[in-house]
Design a protein around this ligand. Sequence first.
Ligand code: ADP
Ligand code: MG
Length: 246
Amino acid sequence: EADDTPSRPRQRVVTKGSNIPSHADTFHELVERYQLSSLLLSNLTTYGYTQPTGIQSYGIPILLQSRDLAAISPTGTGKTLSYLLPIMSSLGAPSSSANSDAGSGVRAIVIAPTRELAHQIHNECLKLAQGRKWRIVLFSKATAGTLADKATRDKVDIIISTPLRLVASLRSGGVELNNVRHLILDEADRMLDSEFFPQVEEILAACSHPNLQKAVFSATLPAGAEKMAMQMLKDPIRVVVGLKDT
Ligand code: ADP
Ligand code: MG
């Protein structure tokens, strides 16, 4: 299946997989089809996100339908929002609140290869989460200390981290991942290479919840990384965005 995204004629989107949810041409469609909250929608508007990019219009419905996803889309096409929006839409109440329906503790993890990238993702996440009381933590040496306290740790909802930093916390017992429902590998070509894959495997092994959704995002996915991704993902949908006229 191949078709053009009407809103972004310069992007060509190709999808592959079973029962692919239809794409959304506007953010408002997500409100109607997936009960995206009006708060999230208004945060999008506040930050000037008026229309979804190609990867967003295809990727967001797929993730909102709890499917695993391999998303390949060029740098600068808005991959970050493609995974943050679905996470926030399905996260439920903050862990710190009494009526947390999805259970408490870390429920979403985003892994990125560098601190700088993790930092950017964290910033984007904070913007989008304005008005909600989720605790969104950028893992660092400093947070590892704070999270040694179990009461503090249990209030964390989302973790953004490099693989090394998260593995270090796992090994020291400074983080529990058994309630994680969403695991995202950003810049997946690097996350699935020989340098990082052992750490990714260790993180995966700790994410023991049966309803774990996994997704990988990358600008490119070389054959080796693609093979790893397909082994890791369950009945995945693959979305490839290409720029036209380039
Ligand atoms: P990628 O991860 O694909 O390289 P980013 O997620 O970093 O891309 O997004 C690139 C830039 O585009 C960021 O500045 C981001 O805020 C902006 N952006 C993302 N989605 C939209 C949108 N729907 N409308 C306008 N700007 C967007
Ligand atoms: Mg990115």
